[in-house]
Design a binder for this molecule. Structure first.
Ligand SMILES: [Zn+2]
Length: 533
């Protein structure tokens, strides 16, 4: 029996590894230069890859092995569990599965190709965002914000149909709904996560209100707004998920306007003892016509072929983004090559986000600005203070936004028949403290692409930030002998041994306990960003 399981796992991994690699390569190709041909190649590669998990015969066998509690070694038991979890959401009739992929692709295409009606012409999402970032005229800001919501009206009914199908299939598989299924498959305890979010909402209430009042006053003065309300077009992005640069006392972009962002990224990782030379060589870092405008890291084969895509500009945002993406990349690079394929990967989305976030925060760290950024002690002190304030505001704004979205998304799956338009604004008003536009009854929620393309995902960003703070606390207290994060090779060594190398050998919380001595503890984040100090 045991050897039967071992043989199966080996066969499965031998089959899935090349399909995964092929899919990743096609994804990379498409990101470098979009074309219909490459898009088709990607969809086909994805279908070949996912089809493996569609095999119901195989799934029945895996399930039986899992429930019979055969004694296997811990590594094999973990592999079997993860393979099982990968099969579950694909245990759907082939034509239904294809229908779901087709619907998802259609909605994503709509998001990519939609042009809003704006000032008598057409405007892309980026153009509308530029207006929200730079325009001083509040009437024009309002028009751009409203235009950014048109896509919601366009996709809402299709998205609701897709959600109904996702729910129906999840119920067929024995789950209450798709949302609960995805939590379980991500090894997240829904009750625990929601009570944690409630606590974070409660704890951050005073400091968020205080920070936001100050921000609102700055923005209103800038845009000459006398209205007491804080309508959503006051902010620099369509969802108030980012800290508006216009609200900062000092522009951090000044620091990086003449910097070599790539060299600073190399210097940062070298300073903590991690070599990213090979990763930089394989990366595609600068803007080009036809190239994806986003940033991501892709582990092509779990064997060292790791690729980062960025579109570097000489500003603070790209400095932070580079540090973030190469955080993902070092996690993938320094895995344990002796582990089997399915475990040679981060323990969880939230753990790799944590490493990326931990490093991405450094561009606002006074000590980093001096050691790596090359600022004089005086400048680092002055700029660093305002950088730290910005970082805290960013954290609080993102936290409140993520709580809004996560709460809404659960309701979307639990009861999509309720008045979603008003529910959305109820959460936005309560958690983000943004005034709903009067008499507005539009599916504004549907203009957030994540609800369609990355369902039940957002909670991982918050959990990742919490873990990042916990790691930093542990590193300061137990890992570095003196000084701080940057400039200490012990940091890299600690991360490699305790976070990267274990791969997916343990579930994320066990990993965290082994790495820091305790399970996920939100107090470290609270101490760093929420407590008034
Ligand atoms: Zn990331």
């Amino acid at each position: 029996m045991t050897s039967e399981i071992s043989n199966y796992i080996r066969r499965h991994e031998a089959a899935i590894a090349p399909l995964y690699k092929d899919y990743s390569q096609k994804l990379w190709d498409l990101s470098l230069s979009g074309s219909e041909e490459r898009e088709k190649a990607l969809v086909e590669a994805k279908e070949r890859y996912l089809k493996v998990y569609n095999n119901s015969e195989e799934f029945r066998q895996i399930r039986q092995w899992k429930s019979s509690h055969v004694q296997t070694d811990p590594i094999e038991a973990r592999q079997l569990k993860l393979i099982h979890d990968a099969f579950v959401p694909h245990q759907i009739k082939e034509d239904v599965l294809r229908d779901i992929v087709r619907r998802e692709t259609e909605i994503e295409n709509l998001f990519n190709t939609f042009r809003a009606n704006f000032e008598g012409g057409e405007a892309s999402d980026n153009q509308l965002r530029d207006v929200l970032r730079n325009e001083n005229d509040i009437t024009r800001r309002r028009a751009a914000w409203e235009a950014s919501k048109q896509i919601g009206h366009e996709v809402a009914s299709q998205l609701l149909e897709l959600i109904a199908i996702r729910n129906r299939e999840a119920r067929n598989l024995g789950y209450p709904d798709y949302y609960s299924m995805m939590f379980e498959l991500q090894e997240l305890d829904e009750k625990w996560v929601f009570s944690l979010f409630e606590r974070l909402e409660h704890l951050s209430e005073p400091i968020f209100s205080e920070m936001k009042a100050e921000l609102d006053a700055t923005l209103k003065e800038k845009y000459r707004v006398t209205d007491l309300q804080t309508y959503p077009w006051l902010y620099s992005d369509p969802f108030f998920q980012e800290f508006p640069a216009a609200g900062a006392s000092e522009s951090l972009d000044e620091i990086f306007k003449d910097s070599d962002i790539e060299a600073l990224t190399r210097a940062h990782y070298n300073s903590i003892g991690l070599d990213i030379e090979d990763l930089l060589r394989r990366a595609d870092l600068y803007e080009r016509e036809g190239k994806s405008q986003h940033a991501f890291c892709l582990d092509v084969d779990h064997e060292g072929d790791i690729r980062v895509l960025c579109n570097i500009r000489k500003n603070e945002r790209w400095m932070s983004t580079m540090l973030h993406e190469f955080g993902h990349a070092v996690y993938d690079k320094y895995n344990d090559r002796s582990l089997p394929f399915s475990l040679r990967t981060p323990a969880h989305i939230l753990t790799t986000e944590a490493i990326a976030m931990l490093n991405g925060r450094m561009s606002k760290d006074p000590d980093w600005l001096m050691k790596i950024g090359g600022l004089s002690e005086g400048d680092a002190k002055r700029m660093g203070a305002s950088a730290l304030k910005t970082l805290r505001s960013e954290m609080l704004i993102f936290l409140r936004w993520a709580i809004t979205l996560v709460r809404f998304e659960r309701e979307l799956y639990r009861n999509s028949g309720q008045n979603l338009n008003s529910l959305w604004w109820k959460y936005v008003e309560r958690v983000q403290k943004v005034t709903p536009p009067s008499n507005r009854d539009q599916p504004d929620w549907a203009s957030k692409i994540h609800l369609a393309s990355s369902p039940v995902y957002y909670q991982n960003y918050v959990l990742g930030e919490l873990m990042a703070s916990q790691l930093l606390w542990h590193i300061h207290g137990k890992v570095v002998r003196s000084g701080s994060y940057a400039g200490n090779p012990e940091v890299g060594q600690y991360l490699v041994e305790n976070v990267f190398k274990p791969g997916a050998r343990y579930d994320w919380n066990t990993l965290l306990k082994k790495a820091t001595g305790e399970e996920l503890n939100p107090e470290h984040f609270v101490r760093q960003f929420v407590d008034n100090n």
